[in-house]
Every structure is written in structure tokens, then in C-alpha cells.
Design a protein around this ligand. Structure first.
Ligand SMILES: C[S@@+](CC[C@H](N)C(=O)[O-])C[C@H]1O[C@@H](n2cnc3c(N)ncnc32)[C@H](O)[C@@H]1O
Length: 294
């Protein structure tokens, strides 16, 4: 399928609103990078940055996007014409693979490595997650994914642990959770490309039978021992009443995709259900974890 790639720069505080708009207008994938480094689609392994401005790169099906109309809608959200606006037509899905050249094995926590598909794990005895995210978000290079992977690595996941990965993207968290010991995972995403990538990565890692991939829908009440949701603050706020009761009393939750300035708002929505811990930060991004009250 030919793709249209849109690039723009905006203040970090405007990112969630622009991301939401691009998603609503059909973006297949959105990545963040520093405005001066066009090669990096997600931040480099282990990098922590404090950005005031970010570059958003969004990929659309060329048949469905009207770049001029899109530019006007973004200008409405920003209150001014977007800076660094660029439109490129990609005919051979080169975008999808370009980042793979800079993608190397990365370690998260004590046990877990994320190893690009086709590369050799540096530590054969480690828990090695073999990943090809395709067009979906979730390589491990984004701070929010890294925060979630380290959190999962620190949990006592067991064969009877029921995990939910809400907003699974490439499936990186669902697969990591199962490789780290969880017996079963429900992986949810509203993007069919993400669901496909999750199913593919689950199969690649030999945990296809343990991961159920589905679109958004009601989650069983108290059906999760552990729930991880790396989405965006506004989605987490909107879904607090749905996600919270799906965790059993005593179960754990981790929420990410939250900018520093959004922590209090998200915490307020979940603190009546969960005993919330101090946030973990990487760069401008936060992870909020908690334990469901009994
Ligand atoms: C930031 S990515 C996270 C991917 C992966 N879990 C990770 O940690 O790297 C967020 C994902 O949530 C999905 N998403 C956004 N809003 C959603 C919603 N309301 N319901 C289900 N999935 C959603 C997006 O399609 C995207 O794949």
C-alpha cells in the first residue's frame, strides 16, 4: 500500500492533542523524535531527553489522507500553521524498515532483552524477546515502553498470572509479560495493524497460544492480576472507570504514556481504586503504578 508520511514540529505540551488528532484522522503509526535528528524514529536505546519541542512523524494510507486538509486541522489545534510541515509519499514501505538499521538489542531490568528480529541475542541465557514491530508502536526505544518493560521485569509473574496489555501496539509488553512468566495475556488495541503485529510477535516468541489479541470491548470484572496500559493520558483518564474494575483486588496496574505535567490528573482518576505509588520517570514521561484496594 502506498503511504503518505507527514512530519511536523510542535511544543511538547501540544503533542498529546496533535497525536490525538492524527490518530482520529487515520494515522497508522505515529513516532516522536528530536527535531534535529531525522534518522531516529523513536529515541535511541537508553537515551533520556528533556525535549521542549518534538518532531511528530505520522504515516497514513495515501489513498485516504488529504494532506492540505490535514494541515488545516493541525493548524486549528495548534492555533497557528504547523512548523516543519513536510509531506512525503512512500511507495515501498521503506519507512517501515528504515529504523531497523539503527535498532539493536536493548536490556530492560534484570532479565529482559529486546532483540530485533534477525539479530543474535547478546545474552543467550537472558529472557530474549524477538521483535519486529512492523507498522505498530512499540520497539522499546520510547521512554514509555521502556518504563513499562522495566516494571514488568520487576514483577513476580507466574503461570497463573493473568495479564492485560491495553493498547498493545507491537505486542512488546504482552510478549514480554508472557516470556517473563505470565501464563496468559489479553492484548487489546483499536488498530488492526497493531493487533496483527502483536499476533505475529507472539507467534515468533512461542507464546502465541498464551496471548489473546482483541479489539476494544468490555474486560471481565476483576479478571486481571496485572494490567499495563501505555496509551495517552487523555485515554487513561477517559477509561479509568473501565480499566480499574478489571483488576482484581490486590492486583497491580501500570499506566504510561503520561507526560510529567499530566501525572496528577491521571493519578486522581485511579487513586480511589488503587493505592498509587510514586511515579517513575524517564525524561519527560512518567509511569504510574498501583495496587488495587481490597
Ligand atoms: C503508545 S502505543 C503503546 C504500544 C505498546 N504497548 C508499547 O508500550 O510500546 C499505544 C497503543 O494504544 C492503541 N490505542 C490508542 N487508543 C486506544 C483505545 N482507546 N483502545 C485501544 N487501543 C488504543 C494505539 O493503537 C497504540 O497501538
Amino acid at each position: 500500500m502506498p503511504h503518505t508520511q507527514i512530519t511536523l514540529d510542535c511544543a511538547q505540551s501540544q503533542v498529546p492533542r496533535v497525536e490525538a488528532l492524527l490518530e482520529a484522522l487515520g494515522a497508522l503509526a505515529i513516532t516522536l523524535s528530536e527535531p534535529d535528528d531525522e534518522e531516529i524514529l523513536e529515541p535511541g536505546p537508553g537515551e533520556q531527553r528533556l525535549w521542549s519541542h518534538l518532531r511528530l512523524t505520522a504515516l497514513f494510507d495515501a489513498a485516504t489522507v488529504d494532506p492540505l486538509r490535514l494541515q488545516a486541522r493541525v493548524a486549528e489545534v495548534l492555533g497557528a500553521p504547523p512548523r516543519g510541515w513536510r509531506v512525503e509519499r512512500l511507495v515501498d514501505r521503506a519507512w517501515e524498515r528504515a529504523w531497523m538499521d539503527d535498532f539493536h538489542p536493548m536490556r530492560f531490568g534484570d532479565r529482559l532483552w529486546v532483540v530485533p528480529w534477525g539479530q543474535t541475542p547478546p545474552a543467550a541465557e537472558a529472557v530474549n524477546l524477538r521483535l519486529d514491530p512492523g507498522l505498530a508502536f512499540g520497539t522499546g526505544t520510547h521512554p514509555t515502553t521502556a518504563l513499562c518493560l522495566r516494571w514488568l521485569d520487576g514483577l513476580p509473574l507466574q503461570a497463573d498470572t493473568r495479564l492485560v496489555d491495553y493498547g498493545c501496539g507491537s505486542g512488546i509488553l504482552a510478549v514480554a509479560g508472557c516470556l517473563l512468566g505470565a501464563g496468559h495475556c489479553t492484548a487489546v488495541d483499536n488498530d488492526p495493524q497493531a493487533r496483527q503485529a502483536t499476533a505475529d510477535n507472539a507467534r515468533r516468541n512461542g507464546v502465541g497460544e498464551r496471548i489473546r489479541v482483541q479489539g476494544p470491548g468490555p474486560l471481565p470484572r476483576a479478571g486481571a492480576d496485572v494490567l499495563v496500559a501505555n496509551i495517552l493520558a487523555r485515554v487513561l483518564v477517559a477509561m479509568a472507570g473501565e480499566l480499574s474494575p478489571s483488576v482484581r483486588p490486590g492486583g497491580r496496574i501500570a499506566l504510561s504514556g503520561i507526560l510529567r505535567g499530566q501525572v496528577d490528573q491521571v493519578r486522581a482518576c485511579y487513586s480511589s481504586w488503587f493505592e498509587m505509588e510514586r511515579p517513575e520517570y524517564q525524561g519527560d514521561w512518567a509511569l504510574l503504578a498501583g495496587t488495587r484496594r481490597g
